[in-house]
Design a protein around this ligand. Structure first.
Ligand code: HGY
Ligand code: MN
Ligand code: MN
Length: 424
């Protein structure tokens, strides 16, 4: 099917791409994109997003975890809201599109409707979720969990690398943690949540497709591990007498790779590996690792984590090394509502785009909101081989324009879609 690019909202796309680059200036590390929860860069970005929401004709509120929520009123204020959005925190040295596209695209589309005086028989809310990556306090999806009512108070005690607790960071940012329960959306108040996000993978790029419809989002389990051996002199302790924490960790890491290579859609990653106070001439006595295990199928993920835990024990007994393994996060896979997927399919066909459905290996705020509302996601093609969580992350303006076209068409047909979904 040939796509008439002119139909696409190129003016909106220009604005989205310009704003993505403008927001990237709110970073806490010069020369790279790092914006973690409640840092000055994070608060600067929140202020800029709020200003763009107001310019687009939305009322704006901030909730107790720092979500920035723009509301575009409808003609029937009692109708459940069509919620959209994504996160505005980033990983360290990440890309500028992850999360932000799902905030800026709807804002620019709403500005266009606002200019045309167009309202819908339902309100639209764009949520800039304050924390999804879990980088600063090792607790992901804070923003979407607060709205879903599944925020866990225990994470307030988590500390950042400087030893500051999340509670203190919130208070320093003029947030009131006692109001977090009030941030939860009322039951039935959300008709649907739809998230637009870069694919963060190579599927659409390899098949030369601009957009894709997500079928399900992979579940994940995250841990922090510590290995405790015996530090010693690198030159004098014979290899057979060592209790080397790093070698135990290395054997564990290779097992994770081997176990998670057994089936497609099961992945295991050790993203952080620290030897506190390590030195070239000292046998490591202490190693700290992170572990992230994901699969589209929850049973496969749980089988893998069971095996990995058992192997950790075997390695430590064999090497006479101690270890701890603390689960810091776990979420089941989330299925996208069929009727919403059909809504994306219909919008893609009306715009003239091929329909391609695919699962998401990456986690998204949508999986937290799935606890209280039907969800769906639209993926946008990534360049550079689909790389993400990397400064090479990139996407094309033309694909932003098509995504805006499809999103606007989806919303303009949403009332009929949600009505027909109730009669099925
Ligand atoms: O880790 C993830 O999948 C997401 O980017 N937070
Ligand atoms: Mn991410
Ligand atoms: Mn993301």
């Amino acid at each position: 099917m040939s796509i008439n690019f002119n139909q696409a909202k190129s003016a909106i796309a220009t604005e989205i791409m310009e704003r993505l680059h403008l927001l990237a200036q709110h970073t806490e590390q010069d020369g790279m994109m790092t914006r973690t929860y409640l840092t000055p860069a994070h608060r600067g970005a929140a202020g800029q997003i709020a200003a763009w929401m107001r310019d687009a004709g939305m009322s704006v509120r901030r909730d107790a975890v720092g979500n920035v929520i723009g509301r575009y009123e409808g003609t029937n204020e009692k109708a459940p809201v069509l919620m959209t959005g994504s996160h505005f925190d980033t990983v360290r040295n990440g890309g500028i599109y992850d999360g932000l596209l799902g905030i800026l695209l709807p804002i620019s589309c709403i500005a266009s409707w606002h200019q045309a005086g167009k309202r819908f028989p339902f309100p639209i809310e764009v949520v800039a979720f304050s924390e999804e990556e879990g980088v600063r306090f090792k607790a992901p999806m804070l923003g979407s969990r607060a709205i879903a009512g599944t925020f866990e108070q225990r994470v307030l005690k988590h500390t950042d690398d400087q030893g500051l607790t999340m509670l203190d960071a919130m208070k320093a940012a003029d947030l009131d943690p006692s109001q977090i329960p009030a941030a939860a959306a009322a039951r039935g108040s959300i008709a649907a949540f739809v998230e637009i996000h870069i694919e963060q993978g190579p599927v659409l790029l390899n098949e030369e497709l601009p957009l894709g419809v997500v079928t399900a989002i992979a579940g994940a389990t995250r841990y922090m591990l510590e290995f405790k051996g015996v530090a010693g002199h690198a030159g004098t302790v014979p290899m057979t007498m060592r209790h080397d924490a790093a070698m135990a960790a290395a054997e564990f890491a290779l097992y994770v790779e081997q176990r998670c290579s057994r089936i497609p859609n099961l992945v295991g990653t050790i993203g952080q590996w620290n030897v506190p106070n390590g030195a070239t001439n000292v046998i490591p006595g202490h190693v700290v690792l992170s572990l992230d295990v994901r699969a589209g199928d929850d049973a496969e993920r749980l089988a893998a984590t069971t095996d990995i835990t058992a192997e950790l024990e075997r390695i430590c007994v064999q090497r006479d090394v101690r270890s701890t393994m603390k689960k810091t996060y776990e979420t089941s896979s989330a299925v996208c509502a069929d009727w919403l997927q059909q809504g994306w399919h219909a919008a893609l066909e009306r715009i003239g785009c091929e329909v391609r459905s695919l699962p998401s290996g990456a986690g998204h705020d949508a999986m937290a909101i799935a606890a209280i509302a039907p969800i769906a996601m639209l993926f946008v093609r990534c360049g550079n081989g689909g790389i993400s969580h990397n400064p090479l992350e990139t996407m094309e303006m033309q694909d932003a324009a098509l995504a805006a076209d499809v999103f606007m068409d989806f919303v303009e047909h949403f009332d009929a879609l949600s009505t027909s979904s109730k009669t099925e």
